[in-house]
Ligand binder design. Structure first.
Ligand code: UD1
Length: 429
């Protein structure tokens, strides 16, 4: 198993190109199941989760062609996928595949919408607490699918097609909103989604589906209205920049000190995290090439932050902010309201010398003068990158084990940080 070795104490200076968003690329790839024509997705990140979804879609009969290199292109360009679900040969998504990546459960919606039936394994346990799929199933049932749970599988049937309806989510859910949008796109009649998730990735999915001929309005607000159409066409769509990767590298610069241009990304995707960074004393400047982030010399001020659905501070940046606050000049508080039990990084940060106390959903972080490198273990995607951030400011060597978590969501992390001066390398095997 690969490990990452980091020697802390180096400034970060230079340019970091931001990749296409993993959390947009996955639902966009899944949306290809809604049409028999080819969907071309540009700026798709090269990530383990994307490769796994390619396998899962392949199992349903989807052909995916990866575009070749174009003149002037470097590894910093995302890949172009030509996705064709002309022939869906299998409407079952098996446990072996779905259990490896929760988002693959989302194939349920387009499969039942287009094929009239789907059999998708329940995703099962996950390192960040119980993550049920009851609201995703509720959305599909509201549109008229008959649902049955059979040996760990959700079986959804709508042989005569789905019917538009009102879907009211009791809790904001990204996966639930993606599911409802995809199912309603091909339903007969109008669907209204209330208390919809407002994440930029929801807007990206709706934009792409509209290019494919769907009639979706209100994405990005709490109320989304979808007039179902009989058929969707192919389209070409560019995946939006990854706001979590953007925020992660912004926090890395804040931690290490230095000045970085985060290229090909936009502040409107992460205004709340930027406001928090500014409160810590970091300088953030939007430019027409991206976002410039700098911390030259000054210390970090502590902050009080509560995670919540977009546009609030994202849970996917909670671990990274916590790593940063371990070096603040005072005590910070972070409250996690989106997922229970999403504090596994706390024990590992403590191994580097962090002082963090947990009380239910609230973490109290007492800033320390120095962190000291140690071997640590990555437990999930965002937790693992928080260890990298802490290691950038720790004295001596940190070895991050179980790097496969990082590879699920961060493209060439060691290369992007290494080019800016970090002492970071991947040890294979
Ligand atoms: C997505 C993101 C993930 C991010 C999360 C919250 C992708 C691929 N993943 O995950 O990175 O951390 O949004 O921003 O885009 N819930 C239920 N019942 C359900 C579904 C969800 O109770 O049927 C709960 C969850 O347990 C959680 C909350 O709703 O407490 C939000 O989860 P949700 O927004 O659905 O997260 P995901 O879509 O799984």
């Amino acid at each position: 198993m690969d490990r990452i070795r980091i020697v802390g104490g180096r400034r970060l200076d230079g340019i970091i190109p931001i990749s296409g968003a993993k959390n947009a690329a996955l639902p966009l790839m899944i949306a290809s199941l809604l049409t028999e024509q080819t969907l071309v997705l540009e700026n798709v990140p090269r990530l383990a989760d994307v490769a796994l979804l390619q396998r899962i879609l392949g199992n349903h009969g989807v052909d995916i062609m990866v575009g070749g290199k174009r003149p002037g292109e470097t590894a910093d360009h995302g890949q172009t996928l030509h996705i064709s679900a002309a022939n869906i040969v299998d409407t079952t998504a098996p446990y072996e595949l779905v259990s490896k990546m929760r988002a693959s459960f989302w194939v349920l919606a387009p499969l039942v919408a287009r094929m009239g039936e789907a059999r998708v394994s329940m995703p099962g346990g996950c390192a960040i607490g119980t993550r049920p799929v009851d609201l995703l199933i509720m959305a599909i049932a509201r549109l008229g699918a008959a649902i049955e749970i059979d040996s760990g599988y959700v079986v959804a049937r709508a042989p005569r097609g789905l019917k538009g309806a009102e879907i009211v989510f009791p809790k904001v859910t990204v996966g639930g909103t993606h599911t409802a949008i995809m199912a309603a796109a091909l339903a007969d009649g109008t669907t209204v989604i209330e208390n919809a998730a407002r994440e930029p990735e929801i807007v990206d999915l709706a934009d792409c589906l509209n290019k494919m001929g769907a009639r979706i309005s209100g994405a990005g607000s709490r109320r989304i209205v979808i007039d179902g159409v009989a058929k969707l066409n192919g389209a070409r769509h560019t995946v939006l920049p990854d706001r979590i990767e953007t925020g992660t590298y912004a926090m890395a610069v804040a931690m290490a000190g230095g000045e970085i241009l985060l290229q090909n990304t936009r502040v409107d995707l992460l205004q709340a995290p930027i406001d928090v960074l500014v409160r810590t004393g970091v300088t953030v400047t939007p430019t027409n090439r991206g976002i410039r982030v700098a911390r030259n010399g000054g210390g970090l001020e502590p902050v009080e932050v509560t995670t919540a659905p977009f546009p609030e501070f994202p849970t996917d940046l909670q671990a990274q902010l916590m790593a940063l606050m371990t070096r603040a000049r005072g005590t910070s508080h972070i409250v996690e309201t989106v997922f229970e039990n999403r504090f596994m990084h706390v024990q590992e940060l403590a191994r580097l010398g962090a002082r963090i106390q947990l009380d239910g959903e609230k973490a109290t972080i007492e800033g320390v003068e120095r962190l000291k490198g140690a071997p640590v273990m990555a437990t999930d995607l965002r937790a693992s990158v928080s260890l990298v951030i802490a290691a950038l400011a720790a004295e001596g060597e940190t070895l991050v084990n179980r790097v496969y978590h990082l590879d699920r969501g961060f493209e060439r992390l060691e290369e992007k940080l290494g080019r800016c001066g970090a002492a970071i390398e991947r040890l294979s095997g």
